[in-house]
Design a protein around this ligand. Structure first.
Ligand SMILES: [Zn+2]
Length: 402
């Protein structure tokens, strides 16, 4: 009972802080003042923290909170005094639930206060895990619709995925287009394989990717309604020909570009994770980032995972694009990621279907070997195959009972 009461107190505290949600993430002044508000530098607002970021204690994890404030001011973090050295402040905070608000309040000699409030996520049950997404799919569906083989796996592409599943247990999210053009659209795909889709749905799922391969960046500059209408059209077809067991909400949008105003509508369609490259472009800003602001994109570029509290979506950086990496570069690219506290727990592997097809201009004869090399390496490192949209990034929900 006492535990219940204390959880309720936590809840009330969170709600009152959440009402200031608009202020979250940026330092704000309570009262007019010439001095600057304190700045929490680490952790970052929206950071997803796991056992590698702190010290586990009974029913919680201690994390270090550090930042900067005017040297003469008194700084409290979540109501506790901080250690000061010059402008730096530092404190320990115990995370006890999935989301924890962290507030630094600085008081000057006149008693004026300023604050910086952030929130972090504790992935308390985190274990090393990986998801595999194949993007830009449509050729294999056209091939099967035209040839009508006895089994889905008579198509060499799906057989490659099944062989990898048999060897390593890999779960594949296959992200599909509505159409390849005049010669094929999803309504042409027969429902005669529904049983086979269902029987393999523990490792093979279909999800929306875009209406078609062209134009590039189809959802970058369009209202959310257009994206959602395309999503609904593809979802309807997946449910018709493959059934609900084989259906997955999307985790990868074509070009990883949408308006931020589409994030919440996507959440309402079941999206929990969005993957992208979050890479700097030549002009010094970020791209392939769902049009996220540069500050958070820069964080994702280095730190891999970030919660957007407004939409409820966790963003995650693609760790490898198999079609872009020669076989000999795959392990040297992945190995350092398995040692970094931020990137080590969730591995996000990606490739693109078209590179499997000999008629495609960028055909890669060793594409299957690239997948095998990446998956074998992380399997040997102890990563478990998951679907990233399930649970929390494929792991147990942090607020589930222990
Ligand atoms: Zn794409």
């Amino acid at each position: 009972m006492e535990r219940e009461r204390s959880q309720r107190r936590h809840f009330i505290k969170n709600v009152s802080l959440a009402t200031g949600g608009l202020l979250m993430g940026m330092p704000t002044a309570f009262a007019a003042s010439d001095t600057k508000a304190p700045l929490i530098e680490t952790p970052f607002h929206g950071a997803v923290l796991n056992h590698r970021h702190g010290k586990n204690v009974a029913d919680g994890m201690i994390v270090r909170v550090a930042g900067q404030a005017d040297a003469g001011e008194k700084v409290m973090v979540n109501g506790q005094p901080t250690r000061r050295q010059g402008k730096a402040f530092e404190a320990d905070v115990i995370l006890r639930q999935k989301e924890t608000p962290i507030t630094a309040v600085a008081s000057d000699s006149a008693g004026k206060t300023k604050q910086h409030a952030i929130r972090v996520v504790w992935d308390r049950y985190s274990r090393p895990r990986y998801g595999f997404a194949s993007d830009d799919n449509s050729f294999f569906l056209r091939d099967i619709a035209q040839k009508k083989p006895k089994s889905l796996f008579d198509c060499f592409y799906l057989k490659i995925l099944r062989d990898l599943n048999k060897k390593y247990g890999t779960k594949f999210a296959v992200n599909i287009y509505y159409t390849t053009g005049d010669d094929f659209s999803l309504p042409n795909f027969p429902d005669r394989y529904k049983g086979e889709w269902r029987d393999n749905s523990d490792w093979l799922r279909l999800a929306f990717h875009a209406h078609a391969n062209d134009p590039p960046r189809p959802y970058q500059d369009v209202p959310a309604e257009i994206l959602i209408a395309d999503l609904d059209k593809v979802d309807e077809q997946i449910l018709r020909f493959a059934g609900k067991e084989a259906y997955s909400p999307p985790t990868n949008m074509h070009y990883a570009m949408t308006r931020p105003s589409a994030w919440r509508p996507l959440y309402e369609r079941g999206v929990r994770v969005l993957s992208g490259y979050f890479c700097p472009n030549g002009k010094g800003s970020y791209d392939i980032n769902y049009c996220m602001d540069d500050t958070r994109s820069a964080y994702l570029w280095k730190k891999d995972v970030l919660m957007d509290f407004d939409s409820g979506i966790v963003f995650t950086k693609d760790d490898i694009i198999c079609n872009s990496e020669p076989v000999e570069k795959i392990v040297p690219l992945l190995e350092p990621l398995t040692r970094d506290a931020y990137s080590a727990e969730v591995m996000n592997l990606l490739t693109h279907e078209q590179y499997f097809w000999p008629f495609y201009k960028g055909y890669l004869p060793d594409h299957a070997q690239r997948l095998d090399t990446a998956i074998r390496f992380i399997t040997e490192k102890g990563y478990e195959p998951v679907f990233l949209h399930e649970g929390f990034l494929g792991g147990k929900e942090p607020d589930a009972a222990g």
